[in-house]
Design a protein around this ligand. Structure first.
Ligand code: NAD
Length: 291
């Protein structure tokens, strides 16, 4: 069984990005600059944003964190976005999700300048991705594709089952896996909360990508021998033996499924770090004005 180690692979790719920054940013040329906007004090969101800012440091990028109070109105947030859109010292930015309920996520996404949309959620970029244009791709699916590519996992002609149809993971990864690309060229099934015969569908998967948000949902008897498993889930599970009182688990029962899998991502340390690495790649692309 091959462990698809997102920490190790990210470290290799981040060194490559740092090398590009060192080579390009000499003689007072400023480095790439990523900003993150966070509204409220959700601890998980704060941890994600902290990791993203830390990753910027690792690759020599400048970073800015814009913290807004939970009571920030949609109009106030749109003002922040308008300023970021106009800031020519800033290459890309993200608005950390989820946003408080009183703010319409779609309105915020639409306001982001597509050329600074390093999360790839703006409809312009999502549409370009769906049509096969080069553009910013949502970071999690992009990170998964980078991982399949670097680990040379064969995807062509394989049956890929995606569990989950969210806009940020399930739908875009299904699209990317079905494209005439390498990796890609897979035959894709999207399964979701209303799918019938889910177990049988999972059992027919050569590649299983789980993005449901249900701890240890995928069990050993749901997969076939030799399956490649990408576990996107990040779920908290109570654990009195941990100093924090909990530990992070994926959507896949790792102990059971890893016994049958030919390759599998761990949680933590699989898709999570690759997501941040993809965000850094997108920021480099924004800086280089690639799209
Ligand atoms: P979501 O809640 O938006 O979507 C969940 C999807 O799962 C839905 O499409 C739903 O139809 C499907 N689903 C729910 N119950 C199901 C069932 N019983 N059978 C089949 N399908 C079912 O979630 P999301 O934002 O896509 O995130 C999914 C998981 O991935 C979460 O654990 C999240 O924390 C994690 N995540 C991780 C990263 C990362 O960087 N590793 C990034 C984003 C999300």
């Amino acid at each position: 069984m091959l462990l698809l180690d997102g920490n190790q692979l990210s470290s290799v790719i981040r060194k490559e990005i740092l090398a590009k920054v060192i080579q390009f940013c000499q003689n007072d040329i400023r480095p790439p600059h990523l900003a993150a906007v966070i509204v409220g004090d959700n601890p998980a969101s704060q941890a994600y944003v902290r990791n993203k800012m830390r990753a910027c440091e690792e690759v020599g990028f400048a970073s800015s964190l814009i913290k807004k109070a939970i009571g920030t109105t949609q109009t106030e947030l749109l003002d922040v976005i308008a300023k970021l859109n106009e800031d020519n010292q800033l290459d890309g930015y993200i608005v950390q999700l989820p946003l408080p309920r009183h703010i319409d996520e779609h309105a915020i996404n639409l306001a982001i300048n597509p050329s600074k949309d390093v999360d790839g959620f703006h409809p312009n970029n999502f549409g370009k991705m769906a049509l096969g244009f080069k553009t910013f791709q949502p970071a999690t699916p992009m990170g998964i594709m980078m991982m399949l590519d670097r680990y040379k996992i064969e995807t062509e002609g394989k049956h890929c089952v995606v569990l989950g149809r969210s806009n940020i993971v399930g739908t875009p990864i299904a699209l990317l896996m079905s494209k005439k690309t390498k990796p890609g060229n897979a035959t894709v099934t999207i399964a979701h909360s209303r799918t019938a015969n889910l177990k049988e569908i999972c059992q027919s998967a050569d590649i299983l990508i789980a993005a449901l948000g249900i701890p240890k949902f995928v069990k050993g008897d749901m997969v076939k021998d030799g399956v490649v498993v990408i576990d996107v889930g990040i779920n908290k599970m109570e654990d009195p033996n941990s100093s924090k009182g909990y530990r992070l688990v994926g959507d896949v029962d790792f102990d059971e499924v890893s016994k049958k899998a030919s390759a599998i991502t761990p949680v933590p340390g699989g898709v999570g770090p690759m997501t941040i690495t993809a965000l850094l790649e997108n920021t480099w692309s924004a800086y280089s004005k690639l799209f």
